[in-house]
Design a protein around this ligand. Structure first.
Ligand code: BG6
Length: 486
């Protein structure tokens, strides 16, 4: 694996969860794989007063925990040589002088500013970086999601960040795009001629996208209670998965060729307005229950959650895409916390044979299905009907199954490993462009407005279930069922 050009990476929010649990382990892995040059430097940047040594102790503990058996003491010692800590209050202009000193004489190497803070700090950090004159032509900025909380706030942040960084220097993260399995979805669609003729109305009946989590809100109550599943998951991860499923083949894999096609999908989403939210969306909130046999508290009992909170921890939506390819093919989206399983799955259900000439199975599973599983394992399964052995001509669904982990027998890169290295390489393909983000918020905002207008409270579901009954009822009204309910 080629060593990447030397870089300086500044991780704002350097003591936070994302940096310690995801970014540092990802950088360590890339270092251990020989991709990070010994002259590169990584700075944790945060408000807490910590010595370098204290920071290294925290970082090491987190990496040990996250990396488990992969953690290797000699590699860590070498890697930690690149690591440093800067105490900085994002809003305090004078604190940025320290950065100026640190970065002096290194203007000709790649500089990555990674903002892993609340997005309302992005503008002030940018302003202060500009004033301290540390933004160079080789600089880039990485923005963690969620970027803003609606169209207007996202627009303001984008404008203010855009006043300091050019669009091609801005890397808006949606870590789902960095997942190996999501790239495999692109490979499946655009590396094989087989599926393209089938990938349309008339042959596909409906598509389901499920991102289910077993986890609750963990230690993120404060953030989550202001955010909810629609903004935390649907606005970004689910819509991005939908885009990759539904987009037209791009002319190349260049960042803008791919992003142009995703944007067209986002702009073709039929707006859910007014009373649509009552029939085409479901909000849910978990109450106490058990996940994998272990009792768990309800959402309202979690730390930092308002006692009368109406924040949704579950959302299901029926989405129409108004294009020639997809007219009349519903896309059902579903995500939630404290569900029965951790599962990210895309299910494409094809049409049934127009005229059965054999004895068909007495179940609803008479249609071919393509199931692309992204998590916890990566697999692609095609269900076809085959003859049941023995007398007669009775058909039965069987699977053509490809287990990608088993086939390639290699560890996939964690999303952040790939994305961090892409920021150094300067490859924007897996990052969201501003207009994509605008289009996603423009579609999401009316849903929230509709929920408020109709005082739509979340429906309660038991932790460890598949969400509120209303979610099964929504898809059931169209004569379908969620894949796990078949
Ligand atoms: C994050 C959300 O973007 O994605 C979290 O903020 C969620 O609430 C997480 O738990 C899920 O990511 P993954 O990679 O574990 O599926």
């Amino acid at each position: 694996m080629a060593v990447l050009p030397t870089f300086d990476m500044l991780l704002f929010g350097g003591t936070g969860d994302l940096v310690t649990r995801k970014l540092l382990p990802a950088l360590y892995r890339r270092y251990a794989a020989g991709q990070v040059s010994a002259e590169s430097r990584i700075f944790g940047v945060a408000r807490t007063a910590l010595s370098r040594n204290e920071y290294l102790i925290q970082a090491e503990a987190a990496c040990r925990e996250f990396l488990g058996k992969e953690f290797d003491a000699p590699h860590w010692t070498a890697f930690s040589g690149l690591l440093n800590y800067v105490k900085l209050d994002a809003a305090a202009e004078m604190d940025y002088a320290a950065l100026k000193t640190l970065l002096k004489g290194r203007d000709d190497i790649i500089r990555v500013f990674f903002f892993s803070t609340a997005s309302n700090l992005f503008s002030v950090i940018c302003r202060n970086l500009a004033k301290a004159a540390v933004v160079t032509p080789l600089s880039r900025v990485v923005l963690e999601k969620p970027l803003g909380h609606d169209c207007q706030s996202a627009d303001l942040i984008n404008t203010q960040v855009g006043a300091v960084f050019a669009e091609k220097q801005i890397y808006r993260i949606d870590h789902y795009l960095g997942k190996e399995a999501v790239q495999n979805l692109m490979a499946l669609r655009f590396g094989n001629a087989l599926f393209e003729p089938l990938w349309r109305r008339g042959l596909i009946k409906h598509v389901q996208i499920t991102v289910a989590e077993e986890l609750g809100v963990e230690r993120r109550g404060q953030f989550y209670d202001k955010t909810g599943a629609l903004r935390d998951m649907v606005q970004n991860h689910l819509l991005q998965l939908l885009c990759i499923m539904a987009m037209e083949p791009p002319a190349s894999s260049d960042p803008d060729a791919v992003r142009d096609e995703k944007l067209k999908v986002l702009r073709a989403l039929r707006p859910l307005r007014d009373r649509d939210v009552l029939t085409k969306t479901v909000r849910g909130q978990y109450k106490a229950g058990a996940v994998r046999g272990a009792p768990v508290p309800g959402y309202l009992e979690e730390a930092d959650i308002a006692a009368d909170s109406r924040t949704e921890t579950f959302a299901a939506l029926k989405v129409d895409i108004d294009t020639w390819r997809w007219a009349g093919v519903p896309f059902y989206l579903r995500t939630g916390k404290r569900l029965q399983d951790r599962l990210t799955e895309l299910v494409v259900t094809f049409d049934e044979v127009p005229h059965p000439i054999f004895e068909m199975p007495p179940t609803t599973r008479t249609a071919n299905e393509l199931v692309i599983r992204l998590q916890p394992d990566e697999s692609i399964t095609m269900t076809i009907l085959a003859k049941n052995p023995g007398e007669g001509m009775r058909l039965k669904p069987v699977s053509l199954a490809l287990d990608l982990g088993e086939t390639f027998k290699t560890r996939s890169l964690d999303a952040y490993e790939r994305l961090l290295m892409d920021t150094v390489r300067g490859n924007l393909t897996l990052f969201m462009r501003r207009d994509e983000l605008d289009a996603a918020w423009a579609w999401i905002d009316p849903i929230r407005a509709g929920w408020e207008q109709y005082d739509e409270r979340p429906k309660i579901y038991v932790a460890g279930s598949w969400g509120p009954a209303a979610s099964s009822a929504m898809i059931g009204r169209d004569g379908f069922a969620w894949h796990d309910e078949l």
